[in-house]
Design a protein around this ligand. Structure first.
Ligand SMILES: [Ca+2]
Ligand SMILES: [Ca+2]
Length: 152
């Protein structure tokens, strides 16, 4: 895992150097790269990610922006995580409503962790993550939950 991460960072460094060779990066350039890497994000999603990691708000109206290497890595890793989460929801969303209800979440965690999860823990997770209180975890609610527990 650690090794993979090092390789990944080295690869990102290379890509970053090429992309920022001419100074500013553009949304379009970055999106093309993401698509090439197998992350079919939209420009809107990408803008949201950049705004989320770039506190200085350097994103300009014409889609050009400056991004330092750390923020760049965070955007790339965020895209990776969103991609995994989309797959995760797709697998475990049995009734196909685009959300995970309590039972779907229980099955997902049981399968992922390989052991039965205590219902009390599931209830606790639901209570914390289900911010709009509709009894289901939407993609956005799941993403917030995963981001919180992720070490990246
Ligand atoms: Ca569902
Ligand atoms: Ca909800």
């Amino acid at each position: 895992m650690e090794h993979n991460k090092k390789v990944l960072i080295a690869e990102l460094k290379e890509v970053y150097t090429i992309l920022t060779d001419s100074g500013l990066l553009t949304i379009k350039k970055l999106r093309d790269l993401m698509v090439e890497l197998g992350h079919p994000v939209t420009e809107i999603e990408l803008k949201e990610m950049i705004n989320a990691v770039d506190e200085n708000g350097q994103l300009q109206n014409n889609g050009q922006f400056q991004i330092d290497f750390n923020s760049f890595c965070r955007v790339m890793l965020m895209a990776e995580r969103e991609e995994q989460l989309k797959k995760f929801v797709k697998i475990f969303d049995k009734d196909k409503d685009g959300c995970l209800n309590k039972e779907e979440l229980r099955q997902a965690l049981t399968r992922t962790l390989g052991e039965e999860i205590d219902v009390a823990i599931i209830n606790e997770m639901m209570k914390e993550a289900d911010t709009d209180g509709d009894g289901r975890l939407s993609y956005d609610e799941l993403l917030r939950m995963f981001s919180k527990y992720s070490t990246i």
